[in-house]
Design a protein around this ligand. Sequence first.
Ligand code: ZN
Length: 284
Amino acid sequence: MIEHHFTVDVEEYFQVSAFEPWVPRDRWPAMESRVSSSVEQLLALLAQYDARGTFFVLGWVAERFPELVRSIAGAGHEIASHGWDHVRITHQLPEEFRVSVAKSRRLLEDLTGAPVCGFRAPSFSLVPGCEWALDILLEEGYTYDSSLFPIRRPGYGYPSAQRDPHWIHRPTGMIAEVPPTTLSRCGINLPAAGGAYFRIFPYRLVQAGLRQAERRGTSGTFYIHPWELDPGQPRLTVPVRTRIRHYTGLNRVVARLHRMLAEFRFRSIAQTLVTLPQPVPAGQ
Ligand SMILES: [Zn+2]
């Protein structure tokens, strides 16, 4: 039976990229924190179904809630990095990106005593033109990335990327890529990996994406954020489009997670990478 990847981008409700113009970083420390209780809820859910996952934790969150990181790892889940303070790669210089991934990795490893090998870019911002980030990840000790979303969307997506876990050759070495799940319909890749698509569209979108991955004999990758389980989060004053995307369907998420966890098996990305066949080097 195929096991899929259950992944969580561990960040506060006010740290999403769409809120950036309305909640500048210098206001973050004064905002009400909600992340811990939602993560605890996710841990209980995963335990109920004996599922494991990968938690991409923001360095900013780990620094404030070290016990939260330890309890995720203590429950048998993989800890990976979501960068330091949610700046998108498209808004970073290479050296700023390097500091973010190096500093967050060091902190997460210090907290758990275990190696951190995975990274997911804030808002899947590893887009065409930002491939240098893969080289920096390799140089900073990462072995996989989960940021190349093979879809075409304003602001993000890497349309030419492969849909299933694979290796990418870079000048600095080989890095594994574990893309979020897409659903192929009439030759078009639709995002079917989680997040807003899980909340706003019918459950069968993500269900079909995971089933399609199974038919290809591979693991799909689902993602969710702690704030998506929190209908009680403070409502921020943002434009209507952002409001719809962020707040629609928060009430359905827990029931849908129960359904998905009952229907599919989940493990961490690290568990898959152990078995991901390495490509034969050119010339052999
Ligand atoms: Zn994020």
